[in-house]
Design a protein around this ligand. Structure first.
Ligand code: CA
Length: 232
């Protein structure tokens, strides 16, 4: 997909930040449109049908999380939320309500472009997705029909929980999944104390799929928030 053909809806009431985003998007030839409140965001999302939405969570009229809930009733468009460092809970709530990723203020132009690239990759994956018994991501392969996982063609032995975890991450590759979401999907519960055991399972899983890796290749940790499988 040619990234320049993507249209981006920018929802930000803080004008210097909106300006920074607009200048960056214009420099990279993205087609974009800026609005400053939640009502306009919902209206624009419905009328221009953007490919990506950049959404500030602190809006003057309605809450950004509410905007996500509304848009998610009809659209799966990737949403990157923009929030302040202090708004950790809001960020988690936004991800749980269906946001794909987040940017923390203040952010650099490079961070903004990197986030857009991540969702663009996810977007092309969604668009080309055909029902398949295999998931492939660089040297990682999951064969759903036999419940086998391979790294560079070599089979990796996973426990049933680890297998469930990797399938969940793969199904949502490119998207940040919160602890809450993962616990609910894999264990059917979401007790806060389970986050510690989730961390242990993730560490073992990572040792198996990323043996000897100095830094994580497939599974990215978002401290205090959750995990994401990076899509290559
Ligand atoms: Ca704001």
């Amino acid at each position: 997909m040619n990234q320049n053909q993507l249209s981006i809806l920018v929802v930000e009431d803080d004008l210097p930040i909106q300006q920074l985003i607009a200048t960056t998007l214009a420099a990279y030839h993205y087609v974009f449109c800026c609005v400053t409140d939640g009502q306009q965001a919902i209206l624009k999302a419905a009328t221009i049908n953007p490919d990506i939405i950049l959404l500030d969570l602190g809006l003057p009229d309605i809450d950004g999380v509410e905007v996500i809930e509304k848009i998610r009733t009809w659209s799966a468009v990737p949403i990157i939320v923009i929030s302040a460092r202090s708004e950790m809970n809001e960020k988690i709530m936004a991800l749980d309500r269906g946001a794909d990723d987040y940017l923390t203020k203040p952010f650099s132009v490079e961070e903004l472009l990197a986030r857009i690239r991540v969702v663009t990759r996810r977007l092309s994956m969604i668009q080309t997705e055909i029902p398949s018994s295999h998931f492939t991501n660089d040297e990682l392969t999951i064969d759903f029909s036999s419940s086998c996982v391979y790294v560079s063609g070599k089979e990796i032995h996973l426990t049933p929980i680890e297998y469930k975890l990797i399938c969940l991450l793969a199904k949502h590759a490119g998207k940040v999944l919160t602890h809450h979401f993962i616990l609910k999907e894999v264990w059917g519960s979401h007790i806060q104390s389970d986050v510690a055991s989730l961390r242990v399972f993730m560490a073992t899983l990572r040792r198996k799929v990323e043996p000897g890796a100095a830094r994580s290749k497939f599974i990215q940790t978002h401290v205090g928030i959750g995990y994401r499988m990076l899509k290559y």
